[in-house]
Design a protein around this ligand. Sequence first.
Ligand SMILES: Cc1cc2nc3c(=O)[nH]c(=O)nc-3n(C[C@H](O)[C@H](O)[C@H](O)COP(=O)(O)OP(=O)(O)OC[C@H]3O[C@@H](n4cnc5c(N)ncnc54)[C@H](O)[C@@H]3O)c2cc1C
Length: 500
Amino acid sequence: MEYTDVAVIGAGLLGCFAARALAALDVHVTVLEAREDVCTGVSRANTAIVYTGCDTRPGTLKTELCVRANRDFDRLCRELDVRFSRCGSLMAAFGPRAEGVLKKKLDQGRENGVPGLELLGPAEIRAMEPNLSPDATLALYAPGTGTVGPWELCIAAFENARDNGADFRFSQEVRRLARSEGGFLLETDDNTYAAKVVINCAGLRADAVRELTERPAVRIFPTAADYLVLDDRLSGFVKHIIFHEPEEKGKGLTLVPTVDGALLAGPTERPRNTAPDWATSREGLEELRALCGRIVPGLPLSETIRSFAALRPNPWAVREENGQWARDGRSISSFTVLEEDGLISLIGIKTPGLTCAAALGEHVAAMAARILDDPGRNPRFDPRRRGITRVHDLNEAERADLVRRDPDYGQVVCRCRGVTLGEIEEAIRRGAVTLEGVKRRAGAGMGRCQGSRCAETVVKLLAEALGVPPWQVTKDGGAALVTGELHHKPDNGQKKAPRY
Ligand SMILES: Cc1cc2nc3c(=O)[nH]c(=O)nc-3n(C[C@H](O)[C@H](O)[C@H](O)COP(=O)(O)OP(=O)(O)OC[C@H]3O[C@@H](n4cnc5c(N)ncnc54)[C@H](O)[C@@H]3O)c2cc1C
């Protein structure tokens, strides 16, 4: 049995930021994650937007946290050495119904204290976004909207929490949770943990985790969404985040010029009666392409390099009906943070959960501190973390200096994104155990060829570092990529590959 003050269940954005905020207190924190790495759930597939708070109802916890989180985002990203682009957003209307929505959002945003909001007419829209359809009649400009890499942010929170003493345990799915004298017992397949406080950040499973000890109250009914990713050759095609407010009922299009230079289009809203899974749907992708054709008619969809699906953890209140738990009323739109005698559950935290992850982390850490009778601050807590080296972003002198110190940073392995052997080795040293883990940290495999040229080298490097044969290296914790020895000499940049 292991003892801890606070057990956090789940290492997505919310679990990692809860751990970071708890590490700033004088408490012992243990994070139990079912998977082999951080950021493998809802946090890995979303729209990557840092919202301002003009979309949410005044006076709610969601709005309060969102407005504050947006204001503090530059500081957070400086501390964690994470790329953040405050590119601003245009919410575009194409007719009278949507214009009405924009005017309401303007009033709501101003009431919420969101600075700089403005309504723009067609000429101003065209000057700011020449590639947007000329049919846009009005746009709500929000200069404070931004975009961040969700993986980068989650990994940064994890590393900073870990460096400040939070104890992360992977492949530890909590299967039993029981109340005991002075707290809780949490059982995984190979260990038992005793904790005074439990923070449940289990994402899509947060309802099931809570119900290990409590009666059902809120359940998650997931729906799926589809996205397209377009090559960074289109960098600059749109300069702001574009939200399309549809005239008819239904989902609009969102376009995000990401911090990596790619263009993200999505998400769709698949009907509630379709089984949600992480596979993309043909209908969803077709709908997205059709929307792109209408909203940004010149967008070359042939530059699509990837599609992916996301899952929305929609929370609903439930009531008992003939021995079954049925949905009650409407889907809950506010953030659901339940505190039940030392069990704090974040259930169904959807948009803007990425924006608010740090603020929510502080919120639940303050709740835990009250339960633990105010343990005081950790005097050694350091909020700063050094980002993973990005050779591509260095200037020539910095690059030359780095390569002199470690020649591996001069050998390009992922040619599409210019990621070097040194960066991949660093990603593995810092915790990547799968191909996706390397991709999320170093960006290898994110480009046009989607890893078809560098995957072999990455598998070899992972196998060496993990001390396993290549056929045990997995893409994302599931099935392995190769079924035998690697027969080809991997392209590790030693001969023909380009060098910096
Ligand atoms: C389609 C979509 C688009 C979005 N876009 C935006 C956006 O643009 N901006 C924004 O601000 N927000 C956005 N969000 C919201 C944001 O992505 C989420 O709020 C956030 O990622 C939720 O993180 P999480 O930590 O709760 O969940 P997850 O990332 O799913 O983490 C939960 C973790 O718990 C682990 N786990 C589950 N059960 C157990 C168990 N029994 N034991 C141990 N571990 C367990 C899982 O393995 C997982 O790692 C979007 C969400 C969706 C769905």
